[in-house]
Ligand binder design. Sequence first.
Ligand code: HDD
Length: 698
Amino acid sequence: MEKAQQAIMGHGSDKINDLAQETKEMTSSARLTTDYGVKQTSADDWLKVVSQDKQGPMLLEDPLGRERIHRFDHERIPERVVHARGSGAFGTFTLFESAEDVTCAPVLTDTSRKTPIFIRFSTVLGSRGSADTVRDVRGFAVKFYTQEGNWDIVANNIPVFFIQDAIKFPDVIHAGKPEPHNEVPQAQTAHNNFWDFQFNHTEATHMFMWAMSDRGIPRSYRMMQGFGVNTFTLLNAKGERHFVKFVWTPELGVHSLVWDEALKLAGEDPDFHRKDLWEAIENGVYPKWKFGIQVIPEADEHKFDFDILDATKIWPEDLIPVRYIGQLELNRNPDEFFTQVEQIAFCTSHIVPGIGFSNDPLLQGRNFSYFDTQLSRLGVNWQELPINRPVCPVMNFNRDGAMRHTITKGTVNYWPNRFEACPPASEAEGGYAEYAEKIIGIKARARSAKFKEHFNQAQLFWNSMSPIEKNHIINALSFELDHCEDPVVYTRMVKRLADIDLGLAQTVANMVGGEAPTEATRPNHGRKAPNLSMSDFPPAKPSIASRRVAILVADGYDAVAFNAVYAALTAALAVPLIIGTRRNKIIAADGTTHITPHHHLEGFRSVMVDALFIPGGEKSVKTLSQSGRAVHWVREAFGHLKTIGATGEAVAFVEKAVGLDGQIQVSSGDDLLESFGVVTLRATKPDSFGEFKEIVKG
Ligand code: HDD
């Protein structure tokens, strides 16, 4: 039995058991048939008229030939209109603390339960085949297969959104997607239309600051926070209602790539995030997130200087702390991408008793949109697809439509009926109870007063960034606006930045062109909030597990150092990758020991790993130091502030490659290099790699 499957046996596996009914395995004992079940004697030749020396015509009669082509012609379904590029996995939601004071939803009150989940991660703007590491918001959609029905939180890795009202969604997406005349650029916000939209919608200011921050280029799906963004409600057994936002935080801490890595990875390994998730789960290093709620009693709705139903605003954690009550864990890779990751379909409208909507105007529109888009993507019976069907009973009078599977017995298909078949459930039986909200107002195309303030939280976010994060935002804006050729776009955007911070506006103006503002358009209020900076989220338990470490070798490498590091990394569940001058055997200095590398220097690049180690060995190091590619490996890793370890002769090679030759006190006093995360040892002692591991963990 697979490792991952074993791990979830006995808990949270209801969905896996459910899917097992539909799962078939390809084995050598199975025989090739048509879709209608008839065994076939050939899979290679269309039925045709042949004679010994002459190829005759193909026969239309051949059912196998026609079936194969017909089926192939229709393999594609429409890609998602947004969030087309993604990947996902199965897992478990575990509740540690009951939230029964605020909700009666058993998934949030019954701590003995393990709820099966599926999570799909995605980028927003790119097509299905686009690269993983582009600058974009990441989707983080969670489906909870609860005993009371499916509950979907269709979340992102950024807590706010570009727009306040769902009617603007087609505009923001059209503006971000490739431009209509030439379908350029793919999976990029760095173009005129995107930034034209941002200028024309002051409400987008807060969100574009998040998108330009390091959150827009995550290191891994496993190292991102998740935010439900919209305001939902919780209803408890006493009938009291609270407003709620859902948030989850990764155990591994929140980390990003640097921009140069992201750009290179998009070409060198476009599936970087997809593979990272797959590899970690296969290796049994299951990603985990603390699951939390931010709760505001109904009576406090109007106590804040922002509207709590406005999706362009966070609920600052110093005002409304997160209460972490559970854990999301991913522990099983899908068996088949199309039927599971592509066909999974989420709806914000899918909620269970004890959870409700709010009047957030973005959420209300989303509740319409998701169901609608599944109709065109998957057809009317999309909820019958194995990955989408609930683990609890489903019975109702919805019928027919393309590809209906369920066979419902009985002579009536309406309610009420003379047999009283399938009556609605009472609340005591678990029927969904609507909260009797009193609503008074006038009918108008308008937003309430507090929705009109758009800059306070953009400033709050900027003020809360560390100096490095601020620098990265400046660089990101400078890159993006540099790709806008229309001066109207970049000069206006530079002015907009003065609504946030004068220094920011001036620095970006200097880079991208346009008149540098001399005065802030509005004073910076100077306030900060906790947990906006990524530096507020170090790993809960620093670990080297699942980190990729490249070990560079050539003939003549020091086998003692190599073996010590390889063994230490493997024992710590890290992923050591041997990178040789070739993929054929590499012979050690002793002339007999050898290893077969996973990759060669040209086939793999430093951006694909977290750290680098180079064992000594005179001949090996000489070969590496004469290889431009090997030198580039070291320089690039150093430039991306990756941990580099070296022993013996390799110490001098690293020093020279990174340009710090002669400036380093060797032995235990390698202070200068250590401050860059470089660990070197002149003499190899197999037990001295602890420090290297410690630095990689960070
Ligand atoms: Fe959306 C997909 C997240 C606003 C309409 N959205 C989609 C997915 C995520 C989000 C993660 C991918 C789901 C998957 O993996 O299958 N969307 C958000 C968040 C939003 C948001 C966090 C702001 C709070 N979305 C939003 C609005 C609308 C939509 C305002 C329309 C009114 N979103 C869609 C959609 C998609 C979608 C067109 C495309 C594919 C799908 O739904 O299933 O209906």
